[in-house]
Design a protein around this ligand. Structure first.
Ligand code: ZN
Length: 494
C-alpha cells in the first residue's frame, strides 16, 4: 500500500472512533440510565484517547509528509484530505497530552459545577470551575504561535480560518440594525394561542411528519426526545436528531426543523467521503447556516405555512382550529426582547450572541474579572435589549458552553445565521420558483440544491471557501440585514 492509501486507512479508523463516540453521546443524552454517567465517561474518554494517540503517532506524521510530496490537486478529495490531516495533526502535536487531559477533566467538573450553580442560580458557586477552565484555555492558547489576537486561536477550533477581527467587523455592521429593529417592534402581537394544550403524542407524530415531508432516504433517521435538542449520528446513513416536547407549547416543532437542517447536511455528504474526516460539515458556522435556513427561511415563512398550516390545525384542532393562518404566522415571528438566547426571535437572537462574543474577548484579554461577569452581562443585556436580568440562572449561567471551556463557540451561531440568508438567496436564484415549490409542499428542489452546492463539499474546503463555491461570495452581512428589514422593518397589522 502506498503512503496515501495507508494514511486514508488510518484516517478512516480515526473517523470511525469519532462516529462511535457520537453514538455514545447520543445514547447518553437520550436513552442511557442516569446512573451510568461515570462509566460512559470512561468509555468516551477511552475512544477519544485512542483517536488522539493514533493521530499524533510519528507514523501518521510521516504518512502525511509523504502524501504531501505527491502534489495532489488541492481540489481533489485526496488533496483536501491530506490538507485536513495536516491541520489536525499540527494542532494535536502542539498541545501536550497532559494539558489535553487537564482540559477534559476540568470540562467534566466544570459542567457538573455549572449544573448545580444554575439550579441554585448562584454564579459564585460556578466561579472556581470557570476560573480553572479559563486558565486552561489561556494555557492552550500559549501552545500556539501568536496570531493577531489570542482569541483567533480559540475561534479557529470552531470556525477554521476565520479571524476575530473579521467577526468583529461583521457583528459591528449588524448590531445597530438589530438594536433599532428590536426597539421598533415593541407593539403587541398576540401569541397567546401558542401556549395551550398540545398533547405530546401528537407532537411526536408531527415531528416525524415534518422529517418525512422535508425528505430523507428510507430507514436512515431517528427522531428522539431530549432536554437539549441536538443532531448527531454515525454518518450519512445513520442520522439522529432530537427535540424537546413541552406539553403546553409548540417549541418542539421549530427545534425539529432546526435539527433537520443539521441532520440533512451530514445525510447528504457524498458517499466517496462517507468514512473520512472530510465527510462531515465544514464548520459549526456552516452547520448552523443549514439549521437556521430550515428553521427560519423555511419554517417561519409565509409559503411554508400556506401549505402546512391546515395540517397543523388538523393535529391540534382544539388549540388552533379557530386561529387564522395570518395570526399564527405573525405569532411565530413575534419580536420581543427577552432573557434567554435559545428562545429568542430572529431579530434579538443576534444580540444575545454578540454580547457573549464581546464578553469572551474581554475574558481572554483580561479586561474583565471573572467575578464581575454577572454585572458585565446584565449591563449589556440592558444596553442591547432593554431588559433587566432577575437572576444568574436567566443571565450569565444560562448556557453550558463556558463550563466546558468552550470559548470561541458562540459567534458561530450568528455567523451561521448570516450565511443562511446568503445560501437561501443563491438557492432562490438557481431554483427560481423556490417559494412556489415550498407552497406546494415540494422540498426536493431545495434539498437537492443544498446537496449539490453545499453538502457535496463536506469538509474538503474551509467554511468560507465552501460558502464562496455555494453562493459566489464569502460571508456578507448585507443580505441578512436586507432580509430582516424586509421581514421586520415594515409595520405589521396586529
Ligand atoms: Zn444548531
Amino acid at each position: 500500500m502506498d503512503a496515501l492509501a495507508r494514511l486514508r486507512s488510518k484516517l478512516e479508523d480515526m473517523h470511525g472512533l469519532d462516529a462511535v463516540t457520537l453514538l455514545l453521546v447520543w445514547d447518553q443524552r437520550t436513552m442511557m440510565p442516569a446512573g451510568a454517567a461515570a462509566t460512559r465517561g470512561r468509555h468516551t474518554g477511552l475512544l477519544q484517547r485512542l483517536g488522539h494517540e493514533m493521530l499524533i503517532s510519528p507514523e501518521v506524521g510521516k504518512l502525511i509528509e509523504e502524501s504531501e510530496r505527491l502534489d495532489l490537486d488541492p481540489d481533489s478529495d485526496d488533496g483536501a484530505l491530506v490538507r485536513l490531516a495536516r491541520r489536525a495533526f499540527d494542532k494535536a502535536v502542539t498541545v501536550p497530552a497532559s494539558l489535553v487531559e487537564e482540559i477534559s477533566q476540568a470540562a467534566a467538573e466544570g459542567n457538573q459545577a455549572w449544573v448545580e450553580a444554575k439550579e441554585a442560580s448562584d454564579f459564585a458557586r460556578f466561579l472556581p470551575a470557570l476560573e480553572r477552565n479559563v486558565e486552561l484555555r489561556l494555557r492552550y492558547v500559549e501552545c500556539f504561535e501568536p496570531r493577531a489576537e489570542p482569541y483567533d486561536i480559540l475561534l479557529d477550533d470552531y470556525e477554521p480560518e476565520m479571524e476575530t477581527a473579521e467577526v468583529r467587523r461583521i457583528f459591528e455592521e449588524i448590531k445597530p440594525e438589530l438594536v433599532a429593529l428590536a426597539a421598533e417592534r415593541r407593539e403587541g402581537v398576540d401569541d397567546s394561542f401558542l401556549t395551550g394544550d398540545f398533547p405530546l403524542d401528537r407532537q411526536e407524530a408531527l415531528s416525524r411528519e415534518l422529517v418525512d415531508l422535508f425528505g430523507t432516504r428510507p430507514a436512515t433517521w431517528r427522531v428522539d426526545p431530549t432536554p437539549h435538542p441536538f443532531a448527531a449520528g454515525a454518518g450519512r446513513d445513520d442520522v439522529r436528531i432530537t427535540t424537546h416536547y413541552f406539553p403546553d407549547n409548540l417549541d418542539s416543532l421549530f427545534a425539529t426543523i432546526h435539527e433537520y437542517g443539521h441532520g440533512l447536511y451530514e445525510h447528504q455528504v457524498p458517499e466517496a467521503l462517507a468514512h473520512l474526516p472530510t465527510g462531515t460539515g465544514a464548520s459549526l458556522g456552516l452547520h448552523e447556516s443549514q439549521s437556521r435556513l430550515w428553521e427560519n427561511l423555511v419554517g417561519r415563512s409565509e409559503p411554508f405555512w400556506r401549505f402546512f398550516y391546515p395540517r397543523l390545525q388538523a393535529r391540534f384542532p382544539e388549540a388552533l382550529g379557530g386561529v387564522e393562518r395570518e395570526r399564527f404566522v405573525a405569532a411565530i415571528n413575534k419580536v420581543e426582547p427577552s432573557l434567554i438566547r435559545i428562545h429568542a426571535d430572529e431579530v434579538t437572537y443576534g444580540l444575545h450572541v454578540m454580547l457573549r462574543f464581546e464578553l469572551e474577548q474581554d475574558i481572554v484579554n483580561g479586561r474583565v474579572e471573572l467575578r464581575d461577569l454577572p454585572e458585565a452581562w446584565n449591563a449589556k443585556i440592558w444596553d442591547y435589549l432593554g431588559v433587566e436580568v432577575p437572576n444568574d440562572a436567566q443571565g450569565v449561567l444560562q448556557d453550558m458552553h463556558w463550563s466546558g471551556g468552550m470559548i470561541g463557540y458562540f459567534s458561530t451561531y450568528l455567523l451561521g445565521t448570516v450565511m443562511s440568508v446568503q445560501i437561501w438567496e443563491a438557492a432562490m436564484r438557481d431554483i427560481g420558483d423556490l417559494d412556489e415549490s415550498i407552497e406546494q409542499g415540494e422540498f426536493a428542489p431545495l434539498r437537492e440544491w443544498l446537496g449539490e452546492h453545499v453538502h457535496a463539499y463536506g469538509r474538503k474546503f474551509s467554511p468560507q471557501e465552501t460558502l464562496r463555491r455555494a453562493t459566489g461570495s464569502t460571508i456578507d452581512a448585507k443580505p441578512y440585514l436586507a432580509y430582516l428589514r424586509r421581514k421586520y422593518g415594515a409595520p405589521v397589522a396586529a
